[in-house]
Design a protein around this ligand. Sequence first.
Ligand code: ADE
Length: 225
Amino acid sequence: MRIDIISVVPDLLASPFSHSIMKRARERGLLEVNVINLREYTTYARAQVDDYQFGGGAGMVMMIEPLVNAVESLQKETKYDEIIFLTPDGEQFNQKTANNLSLKNNLLLICGHYKGIDQRFRDHFITKEISIGDYVLSGGELAAAVLTDAIGRLIPGVLNDESSALSDSFQDNLLAPPVYTRPETFRGWKVPEVLLSGNHKLIDEWRHEQSIKRTQERRPDLMDE
Ligand code: ADE
């Protein structure tokens, strides 16, 4: 899978895909991530990519021309399944969307900045608009990193134990159960007996019960879905 990300602050995306699972996914050739500097596609002086908004008002708006130059140049090489704009007014990102997007071959993510991007670009080029939550970030880069990580780890072969993505929180609308590791006792706090029993049927049942309990307590809204 290939994920291209257009940004005016590419340095912000230098590290998130260079460690741990994302690093391994790239090294195995399962995930390719390219960060494209929008400023390389502007014809305006001093690498300008934003301008004052028509109608007045505070805040700059990203201009359509550099964005179109960048997208059309990339499209010469790659046919994108989705061109996604990260924006607080997009549809809320969740595990279901991550699952769906992980089945695609090529994604292009556009990171917004300032007051937003010219609406004409949204109207004519964007195929999907996604928010990672009801709060406003300084730009779309961290949201793009969240999407790439959540999608990338679902690509078959990325996680060592393939079933481990299936047992994540949210995969079946349930939160994951508690987990424990050595030592069996720390300051008198004991690991639940059942986990030491070696009885996998009992362990599975216990985990399922714990998942339900946790979801009822913390996210009853998930149980309704
Ligand atoms: N850009 C700024 N805030 C955002 C958010 N909450 N989700 C996605 N992109 C954003």
